[in-house]
Design a protein around this ligand. Structure first.
Ligand code: ZN
Length: 314
């Protein structure tokens, strides 16, 4: 008597396994984590597919796309199973990385004739082969996005040079054409290199939306671990969209973290040629299909190209 009793616990039987909980029960206040997780899983997932790159060779994978026709066909196949964006490098017929405008033009035209997938052009160095003007060659052919490598670093046995002066010029060249920069960060300090250009009006780009790609697992860059990925995310400017690519066997595990953390994912033969240990991937589309299937298991929607354009302002 006189003792206070928790009314909410009186006369309420625990739900049977599999039974739906009655909506008349007092609802618990959702914890912050539940809300964040629900928001992460509700966001359309942008899957990018990096078709060829400039480092992978036919020795690594016998059916690596090389010619404009092969690159475009592989990109279209990736888009057909769920990629919203394709990341494009071009090669000469013998497989050598190239920056010839005609090759970019042919690949982009072939893709655009059959797909509305977003096209992201590389502005990389072709594994050290291109000078600065060569790196800008693809921009004249109106890609939707272009990579922006946000700092210098050792990259395996070479130095990947992106001086502050070059980054300013690259930002000008990309954004003045209305192209969205995909800011590739190989380490946490490179995020700051990009953000500092905001005060000069050079980034984030035409629509004011930031789009970052974390590049993990390159020798000389940040390693592909969950703590590194989440630390990098914590240094982003507010409302930035982010994606992760990871090299080799780290590709899938990092993809899964991005999937539940509200990020986006890049896959494809530029970054990895093995579907699983000891088994080469059948195609770029096979990598994309696996991510689509996994997103389906989590009920995370996969972004269409139209949704990706909206998210990125492309
Ligand atoms: Zn690339």
């Amino acid at each position: 008597m006189g003792k206070r009793v928790d009314q909410s616990s009186m006369g309420v039987a625990p739900p049977r396994l599999g039974a739906r909980v009655s909506s008349s029960r007092p609802r618990r206040i959702q914890r912050e984590g539940d809300v964040t997780l629900a928001a992460n899983l509700a966001k359309p997932l942008i899957i990018s597919c990096a078709i060829t790159g400039s480092v992978t060779t036919r020795r690594d994978h016998p059916s690596l796309p090389i010619t404009p026709s092969q690159i475009a066909t592989s990109a279209i196949e990736a888009a057909e199973v769920g990629a919203a964006c394709v990341h494009i490098h071009v090669r000469e017929d013998d497989g050598t990385p190239s920056c010839r405008g005609e090759l970019y033009h042919e690949v982009f035209e072939r893709i655009r004739s059959r797909s509305d997938v977003l096209i992201c052009a590389t502005t990389g160095s072709g594994a050290g082969r291109f000078d600065e003007s060569g790196r800008l060659a693809a921009l004249a052919h109106a890609p939707d996005l272009a990579s922006f490598d946000a700092g210098s670093m050792n990259f395996g046995e070479r130095v990947f040079e992106n001086s502050p002066a070059f980054l300013r010029e690259l930002a000008r060249q990309i954004t003045s054409r209305g192209i969205v920069p995909e800011i590739e960060c190989f380490d946490v300090g490179q995020i700051g290199n990009a953000v500092r250009l905001e005060s000069e009006g050079l980034l984030p780009g035409p629509t004011g939306k930031w789009w970052f790609q974390f590049c993990l697992g390159v020798a000389g860059g940040a390693p592909p671990t969950p703590s590194v990925l989440l630390t990098m995310r914590s240094h982003l400017p507010p409302n930035a969209e982010w994606s992760v690519l990871a090299i080799g066997r780290a590709q899938l595990p990092m993809s899964l973290i991005a999937m539940v953390e509200g990020g986006h994912i890049r896959t494809g033969m530029e970054d990895n040629v093995y579907y699983r240990r000891g088994e080469l991937a059948a195609s770029n589309a096979q990598f994309v299909q696996r991510l689509v299937d996994l997103a389906g298991e989590l009920d995370r929607p996969v972004a269409t190209p139209r949704e990706a354009r909206e998210l990125l302002g492309a």
